[in-house]
Design a protein around this ligand. Structure first.
Ligand SMILES: Nc1ncnc2c1ncn2[C@@H]1O[C@H](COP(=O)(O)OP(=O)(O)OP(=O)(O)O)[C@@H](O)[C@H]1O
Ligand SMILES: [Mg+2]
Length: 211
């Protein structure tokens, strides 16, 4: 960092450096920033794998923490990538809301930093329009997986208990959510540079099911 920078510029530059470091090392973000030191090594490894795959399928034993892990992952992405739209869906609304409950009941209880990131006044953890809003413009929304869910858009689609859904619903309704990208303003870039940046960030989908 150069001498002539104001304090604000130094803070912004520091944030940019740490932001990109944590985007590449979300296992460290989860322990350092969110303070979840209780995760097992295989759970951290799964988080890292989720972060580098466009499509991720996890079939694992009951109660091993699939929904819990995906709740953590959704929060991480919402914090590190402002303006991210996450849609959580499942065969029944209850199962999808279950993921939001984990955020409210367990994750927010254990992490002051996570509580500070979430806009509590606008978030709703139950009911028809259940949604967690972050102060940086990201959100996590619950959508029931049926024909009426059309018109929703997401950068990250999470399908919990996907084997309970019809393939037809996944293909014709849910996958179509992923048609718009996250598009930050990047005011200092040219149009071509902006396009190149957007191309680096494909939309992603996650499918979970118990074995
Ligand atoms: N490393 C951990 N330390 C402490 N508790 C944990 C850890 N991992 C998971 N848990 C707890 O295990 C609980 C069960 O996890 P979860 O409901 O996500 O499992 P699941 O795989 O989705 O199960 P199901 O197949 O029934 O849907 C979580 O609510 C969480 O409290
Ligand atoms: Mg589950």
């Amino acid at each position: 960092m150069s001498q002539g920078q104001s304090r604000r510029e130094r803070v912004v530059e520091g944030m940019a450096i740490w932001g990109s470091y944590y985007r590449e090392n979300i296992d460290e973000f989860v322990t350092d920033y969110l303070g979840f030191t209780f995760l097992k090594w295989f759970q951290l490894a799964l988080l890292v794998m989720m972060n580098c795959c466009r499509t991720f399928v996890l079939i694992a034993a009951r109660g091993i923490g699939k929904s819990f892990l995906v709740a953590i992952f959704a929060c991480v992405r919402c914090i590190l990538y402002p303006g991210t739209q996450v849609v959580i869906t499942s065969g029944t609304r209850g199962q999808a809301i279950n993921v939001l409950e984990k955020i409210q009941v367990q994750l927010m209880r254990d992490s002051t930093n996570l509580r500070n990131e979430i806009d509590l006044e606008k978030s709703k953890f139950s009911g028809q329009d259940a949604k967690v809003l972050f102060k940086n413009g990201s959100y996590i929304k619950v959508v029931t997986a049926n024909d009426y869910a059309r018109s929703n858009r997401a950068n990250i689609l999470i399908v919990d208990e996907f084997r309970m859904l019809r393939k037809d619903t996944v293909d014709t309704v849910l996958k179509k959510f992923l048609t718009s990208r996250r598009m930050p303003a990047y005011s200092e870039l040219t149009d071509a540079e902006r396009k190149a940046e957007y191309a680096k960030e494909p939309n992603e989908s996650f499918y979970l099911s118990s074995a």
